[in-house]
Design a protein around this ligand. Structure first.
Ligand SMILES: C[S@@+](CC[C@H](N)C(=O)[O-])C[C@H]1O[C@@H](n2cnc3c(N)ncnc32)[C@H](O)[C@@H]1O
Ligand code: SF4
Ligand code: SF4
Length: 326
C-alpha cells in the first residue's frame, strides 16, 4: 500500500526567530529540543523497506541548519541513499553558519542534489513588517550570495502575505537581477505546526483577483502550479472542496520527537505512531493498526476541509497537485 516517494524530517523546531505569521520562535530552546530523537533511530528508519525507493528528503522545521543534528542527518541520508536529493528551507539570517554548514554538507552530497530555499517575503520595507529580525532582509540576501558560490541550487521563496503581496513584480525582477530562481507560496494558518492559528490576515475578493491576475501575467500558473493557487484561493474564499489525498501513503513526515504523520499539519488525529516505540522499525510502525487507521482516516477525508497548502500528493476536482505530476 505504501509508496513513500519523499520524506520530510523535521530536524529541530528550534528557531531564534522572529516572524509575525509563524510562532515557532516563541518556544523556549531547551523545552523544544529536549525530547528530540537520538539519530540512531533515524538511521534505522533509513534502512526500512518502505523507504527503499525514497530519494527526496526535505529537512526543515524551525531553523534546521542551526541544529547540531543537521550535518549528522545529511551524513546518514547519503550513507544509505547514494542519489538522494536534499532540500532545506532557511530564513537566511545566519549567513556564516549557513555557509559553514552547507560547505560541510557538500562533503557528503553533490551540489546538484542539494537545494536551499531562502525566505524573501517582499522588498525590505514590507519584509520587515512580517520578518522582524534586525537586518533580516540584508542577511537573507547575503546568505543567497555566498551559498550560490558553493554551486548548490538556491532559490528565494516569497510567501504572499497581506503586507507583502504587492511586491510580487519587485520580487521577480530582483531574483532575475540576482540570477536566482524563485518560488511563490501562499499563507495559511496552522495551529499545530507554525502555530499561527487564525491570526493570519487573509485576502478579500479584490485582493484575490489582483493576485490571480498578477500570477497569470507573470506566467506562474502553469500545469504544475495552478492547482496550488486554486487551493489557496479556495481557502481564502472559505469554500475548499473535498479532494483525494495520498499523503501518508506516498509521503510521510517525522517530527523531531519521532512522531510520524502523513503531512506537516501535525494534527493529533493524524498521529501514526512514534518511532521510539518501534525501536526505529518504520515498516512495523506503518503497518500497525494505528497507522492503517490514519491512512483510512485520510482516505475517508475525515481531516477535510483542509488548507495545508504545502501538501503535494493531492488530486483536486480541478487537477493534480505537483507531487502527483511526473
Ligand atoms: C516554517 S519555515 C521553516 C524554515 C525557515 N525557518 C524559514 O523561515 O524559511 C518553512 C517555510 O514556511 C513558510 N511559512 C512560515 N509561516 C507561514 C505561513 N503562515 N503560511 C505559509 N508559509 C509560511 C516560511 O516562509 C518558509 O518558507
Ligand atoms: S518562519 Fe522560519 S524563521 Fe520565521 S519563526 Fe517560523 S521557523 Fe522561524
Ligand atoms: S487532507 Fe490535509 S490534513 Fe489530511 S492528510 Fe491530506 S494534507 Fe494532511
Amino acid at each position: 500500500m505504501y509508496k513513500i516517494e519523499d520524506l520530510l524530517y523535521m530536524v529541530s523546531l528550534h528557531c531564534p526567530g522572529e516572524c509575525v505569521n509563524c510562532s515557532i520562535w516563541k518556544e523556549d530552546k531547551k523545552s523544544i529540543t529536549k525530547n528530540e530523537i537520538d539519530l540512531n533511530l533515524f538511521e534505522k528508519v533509513l534502512q526500512s523497506d518502505t523507504l527503499k525507493d525514497t530519494n527526496y528528503f526535505d529537512l526543515t522545521a524551525g531553523e534546521s541548519q542551526l541544529s547540531p543534528k543537521y550535518i549528522e542527518v545529511i551524513k546518514l541520508i547519503t550513507k544509505y541513499k547514494k542519489d538522494a536529493f536534499i532540500h532545506t528551507n532557511i530564513s537566511g539570517w545566519y549567513p556564516k553558519k549557513h555557509y559553514k554548514v552547507t560547505k560541510e554538507a557538500l562533503k557528503y552530497i553533490t551540489p546538484k542534489n542539494f537545494r536551499i530555499d531562502i525566505a524573501l517575503d517582499g522588498r525590505e520595507e514590507n519584509y520587515s513588517k512580517v520578518r522582524l529580525v534586525k537586518n533580516g532582509f540584508k542577511k537573507a540576501i547575503e546568505s543567497a550570495k555566498i551559498l550560490k558560490k558553493l554551486g548548490i541550487q538556491v532559490r528565494f521563496i516569497m510567501t504572499l502575505y497581506k503586507e507583502t503581496y504587492r511586491d510580487l513584480d519587485w520580487f521577480i525582477e530582483f531574483c532575475n537581477e540576482m540570477n536566482i530562481g524563485y518560488y511563490i507560496g501562499y499563507p495559511r494558518a496552522s495551529a499545530n505546526y507554525i502555530k499561527s492559528d487564525s491570526k493570519i490576515d487573509y485576502f478579500n475578493s479584490n485582493e484575490i483577483e489582483w493576485i490571480e491576475n498578477k500570477l497569470k501575467e507573470i506566467g506562474w500558473l502553469n500545469e504544475r502550479r495552478i492547482a496550488n493557487w486554486l487551493w489557496a484561493k479556495s481557502t481564502y474564499e472559505n469554500n475548499t472542496p473535498y479532494f483525494e489525498c495520498l499523503m501518508g501513503e506516498r509521503h510521510i513526515v517525522i517530527d523531531p520527537y519521532g512522531n510520524v504523520y502523513p503531512c506537516n499539519e501535525l494534527m493529533p488525529s493524524l498521529f501514526m505512531g512514534n518511532i521510539k516505540d518501534y525501536d526505529g522499525d518504520l515498516d512495523k510502525l506503518l503497518n500497525s493498526q494505528k497507522a492503517m487507521e490514519v491512512v483510512k482516516f485520510v482516505k475517508d477525508k475525515k481531516c477535510q476541509p483542509c488548507g495545508m497548502l504545502c501538501a503535494h500528493k493531492i488530486e483536486f476536482p480541478w487537477g493534480k497537485q505537483s507531487g502527483l505530476i511526473d
